[in-house]
Write a protein that binds this ligand. Sequence first.
Ligand SMILES: Nc1ncnc2c1ncn2[C@@H]1O[C@H](COP(=O)(O)OP(=O)(O)OP(=O)(O)O)[C@@H](O)[C@H]1O
Ligand SMILES: [Mg+2]
Length: 355
Amino acid sequence: MAEEFLRIEKLVKTFGANQVVKSVDLAFNKGEFISLLGPSGCGKTTILRMIAGFERPTSGAIYVEGRDFTNLSPRRRNVGMVFQAYALFPNMSVFDNVAFGLKIAGKPKSEIAARVKEMLKLIHLENLADRYPYQMSGGQQQRVALARALAPSPRILLLDEPLSALDAKIRVSLREHIRQIQQQLGITTVFVTHDQEEALSISDRIVVMNAGKADQIGKPAEIYNRPATRFVASFVGTLNLIEARVVDPAANRVAIGDQAVTLREPLGDAKAGDTVSLALRPEAGSIAPDARGDTALTGEVVSSNFLGSVIRTRMNVGGSIISFDMFNSPGLVPPAAGDTVTLRFTAGDLLIIRD
Ligand SMILES: Nc1ncnc2c1ncn2[C@@H]1O[C@H](COP(=O)(O)OP(=O)(O)OP(=O)(O)O)[C@@H](O)[C@H]1O
Ligand SMILES: [Mg+2]
């Protein structure tokens, strides 16, 4: 059993009349990399700031290794934080930026020098100790910000969208670097992002936030493959949400337009004629010329878009527009608007979305 490290209980934050964090419960294990994923304004930064101690909860509690941190001053928490905007001290060299927390803590000079050197090695910037922030790229500055946060050996590392100001290529390489450093140090990390690909690619677990609440907590593949709510289904990845009509609840049969399909998941207490929402990932199916049957849908192609590695086609199935992807290959002739195509999938690809 993994050791519980950080626990958040019934955490609430209200600004004026606006409740922005609505009774959030979370428990993180030691050494875990957790992402808080959600759209702008859903309360991610506010939760991070409460963990850091910069913001006081309206109610609820925060425990670290069983100790009540709720009202502890930020300094006594020993939490490292990296922000979205470059927050290095502009008038200090890289060395002095990284040394900052250690100086505050009154560490001896020799110890500071050794620790800063170690941190600069960790972020692969050993040679830039004398540079100033304005002499560095955004990616380099964020690596220094990471080193500065890690230098005092914090209990917890908090990262608030540290990559969002960087361009796409740097973002991908730096997120992998952050993950590698985090695993090397075994530090419990809470990473805030609104980028679902980022969260899916580097997290042990993801908390999907929706308007101040945690909608779902799970491993990346669980979140992606088994979205618990309509919100998670639509926020994480691209997904078709299809309205279907129950035909035969006992046999898990539903109809999309006039085409019946069988679901793997039981329909529960739905009755014939009820409407159910189904989710289907665009990558789930494949085109098959002869595949009419229980787990296939035929429709007319509305459009086909070349996206590089995949071709995304939209087809009309009895009024529902369903997108599906095909891997690109040099010889592939994509379906054209007006073509009739049949998409085959397996019964388990159609998920029932219940709220
Ligand atoms: N100090 C404050 N005073 C009043 N309202 C605030 C304050 N800080 C945050 N809010 C509000 O709380 C809500 C949540 O803000 P928060 O910064 O936590 O969102 P977020 O999920 O981090 O969003 P983003 O992805 O845009 O950074 C927003 O509606 C915001 O306007
Ligand atoms: Mg934020």
